[in-house]
Write a protein that binds this ligand. Structure first.
Ligand code: SF4
Length: 145
């Protein structure tokens, strides 16, 4: 699966949940998206929920921003670096992230970065419309089209 396909699939899942939560305040929505509740209430949102496994070892893991607004991707590649397309990078060059140089392409590696899972960060970027919140992640102006 390319980035775009995951991005659209995930965004639609997020939208479907938000439709159900239209009666909640923003803070109540954030509480709903806490890992423990999401495992129980939205078991299909993340494949790790089935094993009750966190993607990052942190006490208060919030899943509202699974997919980070600082991420940048282009399945076609932004540019070539030493003959390989750069398919993703971190816009803030987080020290918790790293670069994965694969056989055919270069990707951003976010596995060590907990930035988007903190409530304070989510509050800064919060929008109820996931695609609006993530509009800078891809140069594609309408990835769902
Ligand atoms: S390294 Fe961290 S801040 Fe950067 S895109 Fe990945 S999760 Fe977001």
């Amino acid at each position: 699966m390319g980035y775009k396909s995951w991005f659209v699939t995930h965004g639609k899942k997020h939208q479907a949940i938000m439709k159900k939560l239209s009666h909640l305040t923003d803070e109540e929505v954030l509480t709903y998206f806490e890992f423990e509740n999401m495992c129980k209430s939205e078991p299909h949102f993340c494949p790790l929920y089935a094993k009750h496994q966190k993607c990052h070892e942190m006490e208060s893991l919030n899943c509202y921003l699974c997919a980070c607004p600082n991420f940048r991707f282009d399945d076609e590649g932004f540019k070539e670096i030493e003959g390989k397309p750069l398919k993703s990078y971190c816009n803030i060059d987080s020290k918790e992230g790293s670069q994965h140089i694969g056989k055919d392409a270069i990707h951003q590696n976010c596995t060590g970065c907990s930035v988007p899972h903190h409530k304070a960060f989510i509050r800064q970027h919060f929008q109820r419309d996931w695609f609006a919140m993530m509009h800078e992640v891809t140069p594609d102006t309408d990835p769902t089209a």
